[in-house]
Design a protein around this ligand. Structure first.
Ligand SMILES: [Zn+2]
Length: 344
């Protein structure tokens, strides 16, 4: 791989996170095929890595119009048909998230609930992301915004749990879910997020669950989220972590690569820099293991070598050990972020 001075996807020649101009080509000669005005077309790009903060990014940066060709209504993250929001609200995952949302400083009972939640996480080898646990710690009247609601299932689950001040945004390609959300009283918007008007200083929490890596203008979106939040409000994110053992084993076979939809591939350092530059107070940035991501990477690698896959159940059995290993080394498949807009 060649180190070189290259443009960095933001048009200024500098990394959007750390402003370094030094970068490395990770993958080149990548192609996205699409149809425009009834004709087939091809867009060529590469994946670059900032040698300072480790941020990976697609280069050149696609236009907004080209970006829309990456998605259609069949995109898997839009499909919520197989999940029942009422059942989701009573799922083990949600119950553990409610345990984890307890504040230990609220007394012995809350301390016990937190401890039980942590025990569940270690036994199963799973981690509850802040995007799930922190909203549940807020009151039923909290004003919440789900930026990139995808299937809409989180908003519908929160509605089932009695939250009534819910708002969601997604791109125009997500055509199927808006009516489901509107039917439950969720306020919905689409179009181009940066051009939409939202009430400033009015949200207790803005949530981006596996959305930040897709953003065309991450800096501008963070600034808009800052404006939308009340003083003391939370921004919560979960996203793939480039510093993962899965990506180190095989970048091209990692399920988290998803090029070119994932325009940015963040490290803890690049995410921290972007959030601090916006003015957020960092409360927690935690990388965490996801056994299915490791399973996907290893079995895709084996398939490329025409070798039989390892049964996924074995990865689930090893999940607690994998969680311990990832926590100690701070190299998780995903990271979850909890930051706060400072009180003015
Ligand atoms: Zn950088």
């Amino acid at each position: 791989m060649n180190s070189a001075l290259r443009p960095s996807g933001n048009g200024t020649g500098a990394c959007v996170a750390c402003a370094s101009r030094s970068s490395t080509v990770l993958l080149k000669d990548l192609r996205h095929e699409y149809t425009t005005n009834g004709h087939s077309a091809e867009w060529r790009y590469c994946l670059i890595e900032c040698t300072h903060c480790g941020l990976g990014f697609v280069d050149p940066k696609p236009t907004w119009e080209l970006l829309q060709t990456f998605y259609d209504s069949s995109y898997g993250n839009f499909d919520g048909s197989h999940r029942d929001p009422a059942r989701e609200a009573n799922s083990i995952k949600c119950r553990v998230a409610r345990l984890r949302s307890a504040n230990p400083s609220d007394g012995p009972s809350a301390l016990c609930r937190t401890g039980l939640g942590i025990l569940c996480e270690w036994v199963t080898g799973r981690t509850t992301p802040y995007t799930l646990s922190i909203p549940l710690s807020l009151g039923r009247d909290a004003c919440m915004f789900d930026l990139g609601y995808g299937s809409g299932n989180w908003l519908l689950m929160m509605s089932e749990l009695g939250y009534r001040n819910l708002h969601g945004y997604d791109i125009d390609a997500n055509t199927e879910n808006a009516s489901r959300l509107l039917g439950k009283g969720v306020e919905v918007s689409n179009g181009r997020f940066l051009e939409n008007s939202y009430r400033e200083g009015s949200f207790d929490c803005v949530r981006l669950d596996h959305v930040f890596e897709h953003l065309h203008e991450p800096v501008q979106v963070l600034n808009k989220c800052w404006d939308m939040l009340k003083p003391g409000g939370y921004l919560l994110m979960s996203l793939p972590c480039k510093n993962s053992w899965s990506m180190k084993l095989s970048l091209v076979h990692s399920p988290a690569l998803q090029l070119p939809k994932h325009l940015f591939h963040h490290t803890q350092a690049s995410a921290r820099l972007l959030l601090e530059n916006t003015g957020f107070e960092i409360l927690k940035i935690q990388a965490y293991s996801v056994a299915s991501q490791l399973a996907g990477t290893i079995n895709e690698t084996l398939a490329a070598r025409q070798t039989r896959p390892i049964p996924p159940v074995l990865f689930e059995m090893l999940a607690p050990a994998y969680k311990l290993f990832s926590d100690v080394t701070k190299k998780g498949d995903f990271m979850t972020v909890w930051v706060k807009k400072l009180d003015s």
